[in-house]
Unconditional design. Structure first.
Lengths: 114, 110
């Protein structure tokens, strides 16, 4: 068990560009979550998958954001036409979905939009 | 909507001091409660959890008791170490997602 991994760890992009992040969950975990964390705040929920099905999306997830988990394993989060307000740490977590909803987090991808 | 409120930091303590970080949550439903810790330069790690009223979660000398009557889940440690310096997040679940507080930074000095 190598834990949740995310790639890249850091991304600097210019406003208006598209970016894509990848998350590899713990192998036996069927639930995968995306959160966003801004400086001085706690993580905020964006969306989650059970296997390949995207079951919930936050109102924070504008039309410029899209997430996929095509084979029920890794997931990608794409942001189109990035804005400076998208600058944040994007966190991925996974769980087995059992009681207590214990989620295991990856190291995050820090996005800076210039 | 559901929310979690934590005491603001930073909390600054000397080594071996007693620690309390307050956390309260909105009481809709029957949530599970969590404390996560984020060490400098690292990702969030689950520290402890409690899934029902009066449960006590504990790990690495930290404890928190699920108090339904006061909707609280305060984090305590009897004797902190410099290595405990980190940001601590209280969270509750809401259906299938976690709702976090804003975090409390703990700084422990030798």
């Amino acid at each position: 068990d190598t834990g949740v991994s995310q790639d890249p760890r850091h991304k600097i992009t210019k406003r208006g560009q598209n970016v894509t992040f990848r998350c590899d969950p713990i192998s036996e975990h069927n639930r995968l979550y995306w959160y966003r964390q801004t400086l001085g705040q706690g993580p905020e929920f964006l969306t989650y998958f059970q296997n390949e099905a995207q079951l919930e999306k936050s109102r924070l997830l504008s039309d410029r954001f899209s997430a996929e988990r095509p084979k029920g394993s890794f997931s990608t989060l794409e942001i189109q036409r990035t804005e400076q307000g998208d600058s944040a740490m994007y966190l991925c977590a996974s769980s087995t979905g059992t009681s207590g909803f214990e989620q295991y987090f990856g190291p995050g991808t820090r996005l800076t939009v210039t | 909507g559901d929310s979690v409120t934590q005491m603001e930091g930073p909390v600054t303590l000397s080594e071996e001091a007693f620690l309390t970080i307050n956390c309260t949550y909105t009481a809709t439903g029957y949530p599970s409660l969590f404390w996560y810790v984020q060490y400098p330069g690292e990702g969030l790690q689950l520290l402890l959890k409690a899934t029902k009223a009066d449960d006590k979660g504990s790990n690495k000398g930290f404890e928190a008791t699920y108090r339904k009557e006061t909707t609280s889940f305060h984090l305590e440690k009897g004797s902190v170490q410099v290595s405990d310096s980190a940001v601590y997040f209280c969270a509750r679940d809401n259906t299938d997602k976690l709702i976090f507080g804003t975090g409390t930074r703990l700084q422990v000095f030798p």
